[in-house]
Design a protein around this ligand. Structure first.
Ligand SMILES: *Cc1c(COP(=O)(O)O)cnc(C)c1O
Length: 380
């Protein structure tokens, strides 16, 4: 069986884990947590990072920290993993769903500017959604599949309207836009995930990265139960959202190999793209010239005269090759079916056509050649 994507744990993971046990630092205080935060901040190009229990909890605490309040709307592309929308709901807010741009599969910045101009009005230094009277609390662009959103346009628009920006960079460590890493793209906070299926993993985990010392201090404070002293004093409702030293131990060993892993992901993507270019009905995953994607996943889109994604998936399954559909858009999920949204032609089109392909960082050239050969038969 060639799996879709599995963790590559052949570095210092086991050794660092043993050190946690030997030193008894297994919980949320410990040297690996600090080291992990330094490594993530550096890779993100941010002044600081706070490690969290997951990407979801990182997004939740980031939204609260930038001032999102119960009852707010938070702008979100519909084409994302449900964690981004869940984090908005955990903050008591509601996603305002937007279509993506067909050339990047990220939040459509022109549609965003047009819609905010037409459907909101200024109030108290920010904007409210005219139809519902709800305050817009933040903009949450997503670096889809490790490809940075059009942050220059999004951030310029947000600043003009007085809105904070929290970027969901879950799979974007290692990506750049015009040479800039994700933390240097203008967001107030950028959130990463280290879940088991991400390019670098801590088993489960996340991180919030940013430059503003006061904001980062608030993020750290909120993740550690808003504790003000060792006498069990707390100054607000906080969270227990810290990463443990055990997770950070694995995370450090993985971060040591970030550049190697992202290079492998990009090589795998390029090999598939070469094999698939020019086949009728077959589309490639996007990479506009302004970015170097972290290429979290590889895959293709299928439209007639190519066979359906289900059919191709079946042929590959019969050859013991795992493939999968990808994110069902948020406007098609029951918890978010009734939230405000734009029309979704691009998002629906991607969702119906997409298929992801095996892309573990240690996928061998022979195994990838086998995937490509079977894929060729399926498409013929
Ligand atoms: C993986 C992912 C998350 C969630 O991270 P968890 O660590 O699983 O909570 C959020 N957003 C996107 C876009 C993701 O891909």
């Amino acid at each position: 069986m060639i799996p879709l994507t599995i963790p590559n744990l052949t570095g210092n993971e086991a050794r660092y884990l043993a050190q946690c046990i030997e030193t008894t630092f297994v919980s949320s205080v410990g040297p690996f947590v600090e080291r992990f935060e330094t490594m993530v901040a550096e890779a993100a190009g941010s002044a600081q990072a706070v490690a969290t229990a997951s990407g979801t909890t990182g997004l939740h605490v980031a939204l609260v920290a930038v001032g999102v309040r119960p009852g707010d709307l938070v702008v979100l592309p519909s084409f994302t993993f449900i964690a981004s929308a869940n984090a908005i709901a955990h903050a008591g807010a509601t996603p305002w769903l937007f279509d993506s741009d067909g050339a990047s599969w990220t939040l459509d910045a022109e549609l965003l500017a047009r819609t905010l101009a037409g459907e909101t009005q200024p109030q108290d230094g920010g904007v409210v959604h005219k139809a519902s009277g709800r305050r817009v609390g933040a903009i949450l662009p997503v670096h889809t599949l490790g490809l940075p959103a059009d942050m220059d346009a999004i951030v310029t628009n947000a600043r003009a309207l007085g809105l904070p920006v929290v970027a969901d960079g879950a799979a974007a460590l290692g990506a750049t836009e015009r040479g800039r890493p994700p933390g240097k793209l203008g967001a107030d906070l950028t959130v990463f995930s280290f879940n088991g299926n991400k390019t670098v993993t801590s088993g489960g985990g996340g991180a919030v990265a940013g430059d503003d010392p006061a904001l980062m201090k608030l993020v750290r404070h909120l993740t550690t139960t808003a504790r003000t002293g060792e006498d069990y004093s707390h100054d607000r409702v906080g969270f227990n959202y810290r990463m443990t030293n055990l997770e950070a131990a694995v995370g450090c060993a993985q971060m040591e190999r970030l550049a190697e892993f992202v290079a492998a992901k990009r090589r795998i993507r390029a090999t598939y793209d070469r094999a698939l270019t020019g086949r009728p009905g077959v589309g490639l995953f996007p990479e506009p010239g302004r970015v170097q994607s972290a290429c979290w996943f590889s895959g293709l889109t299928l439209a007639p005269p190519a066979p359906s994604p289900e059919r191709v998936r079946q042929v590959l399954r019969e050859a013991s090759i795992e493939t999968r559909p990808f994110w069902k858009p948020m406007h098609r999920q029951p918890p978010f079916a009734d939230v405000p949204r734009t029309a979704m032609p691009v998002t629906d089109d991607i969702w119906k056509r997409i298929l992801t392909l095996p892309c573990s960082t240690h996928l061998t050239a022979d195994d990838q050649a086998r995937v490509i050969a079977v894929l060729g038969e399926a498409l013929a």
